[in-house]
Design a protein around this ligand. Structure first.
Ligand SMILES: N[C@@H](CCC(=O)N[C@@H](CS)C(=O)NCC(=O)O)C(=O)O
Length: 205
């Protein structure tokens, strides 16, 4: 495989998805770290070369740049055990990856960023007004996950897949956004299963 460069921010769960996928598959990644909170993913150079959407992660393969965490994971894991062979299981994996981007990350990751990194005192009035709705939607996502995991160990098929990696990234640090995980025992057991997987790396490794 050609050298893989990850344009990265260490505290980002989206970037961590790519690092965790690569680690579980034993793929070497070269990291280029940006001071995201200092605006370094919004410079003219970054926007013109790496991602005109101003965000990380971006995977660079030779002179091509691939943004979007879940697309990066799919590229890294192509043909591997992290993508179910059965078409319906594979579709189920996509389903949870889409859920993660649509029904989980916008609430749980955003509250983690606002409350854990930016700080409540520094939020704009518009951001502060959105906190209760994001709290409600994030708790609903955790409920949906907990119910799904009541009868199974993994989100899709019967082994760890990219669906688990995508959902793990911000669930395991949801408490940094003020989400208590106590009411979700099946989610907590699943988090422990992932952390015990050979090759696992922590977010801040
Ligand atoms: N849907 C994208 C979201 C990427 C994203 O929001 N990245 C954040 C870090 S987690 C970022 O780079 N923010 C910088 C900014 O908005 O200026 C993905 O899954 O990769």
């Amino acid at each position: 495989m050609r050298p893989l460069i990850l344009h990265d921010y260490p505290g980002s769960g989206n970037c961590y998805k790519a690092r965790l996928t690569a680690a579980l598959l034993g793929l070497p990644l070269e990291r280029r770290v940006y001071d995201m909170l200092g605006g370094k993913t919004r410079t003219e150079d970054f926007l013109g070369t790496v991602n005109n959407n101003g965000r990380v992660p971006v995977l660079q393969v030779a002179d091509r740049y691939l943004p979007e965490s879940n697309a990066i994971c799919l590229y890294l894991a192509e043909g591997s055990r992290l993508i179910p062979a059965d078409p319906l299981d594979r579709a189920d994996m996509y389903r949870w990856m889409f859920f993660e981007q649509n029904g989980h990350e916008p609430h749980i990751a955003t509250l983690r960023l606002w409350l854990g990194y930016v700080g409540e005192a520094n939020l704009s009035d518009a951001q502060r007004a959105q906190v209760p709705a994001k709290r409600h939607s994030g708790e609903d996502a955790l409920r949906v996950m907990n119910e799904h995991l009541a009868a199974r160990d993994w989100f899709a098929g019967n082994a760890l897949s990219l669906a688990d990696i995508a959902l793990y990234a911000y669930t395991h640090v949801a408490e940094e956004g003020g989400f208590a995980l106590d009411p979700y025992p099946h989610v907590r057991a699943w988090l422990a299963r992932i952390a015990a997987t050979p090759g696992y790396i922590a977010l801040r490794d």
